[in-house]
Write a protein that binds this ligand. Sequence first.
Ligand SMILES: O=C(NCCCOCn1ccc2cnccc21)c1cc(-c2ccc(F)cc2)cc(O)c1O
Ligand SMILES: [Mg+2]
Length: 214
Amino acid sequence: TGRTRPERLLQYLQKNGTRGDANNVVDTIDRFCGTVEWAMNVGGEKGKIVDKVVLETNPGTVLELGTYCGYSAVRMGRLLAPGSRLITLEMNPAYAKVAKEVIAFAGLDKQVEVLVGSTTELIPQLKKKLDIDTFDMIFLDHWKQSYLPDTKLLEECGLLRKGTVLLADNVICPGTPDYLQYVRSSPKYLSQHFPSVLEYTNAPDGLEKSVYLG
Ligand SMILES: O=C(NCCCOCn1ccc2cnccc21)c1cc(-c2ccc(F)cc2)cc(O)c1O
Ligand SMILES: [Mg+2]
């Protein structure tokens, strides 16, 4: 009876999930999207690649662009060391409201903070707003045409440091051609492609991991 897909996803989680169990939250959302209703979470297949990159990077600070229902915030947050922080930006207030409830349901509301607003408005404010100088990892999952301008904005705002890992979703589907061209040709990045499939389908998609060289 939820009016929107995020609300139906949250209701399914509250009915079928285990409060305080982040692994169960990830699996329960994947089951909803695989059996009831598709939704644009990074999903289980690409999610396994995200897990690997997070575990290898072991970031103390993570910035996510594009929260949606909070699936990837929970997926990454569940792997962070105690004391680490994940900041996630969402411009749609209705999505942000659902995400905050999903994150709290998973028991990660201490590590994960949802900020409501656009990247162009929020990225320049992050140093002031948060007690964070630079980010160890960025997960890009918002408007595909915003990946490139927002990466340049992150550089300009001094939020990246030598070794910051940028991980971008959907670089094949829907696709982010200008971003890919930039990170693969710029001397400031070392890029690696991870082919996969679009969440809950067998359509080709992939993630791009790009290390900022400063
Ligand atoms: O569009 C997608 N995501 C973006 C949402 C809006 O984000 C807007 N947004 C969120 C914070 C934020 C901050 N500032 C500005 C805009 C900001 C997206 C789309 C698909 C997809 C693939 C195939 C299809 F047939 C249909 C859809 C898959 C994905 O995995 C995605 O991530
Ligand atoms: Mg995505």
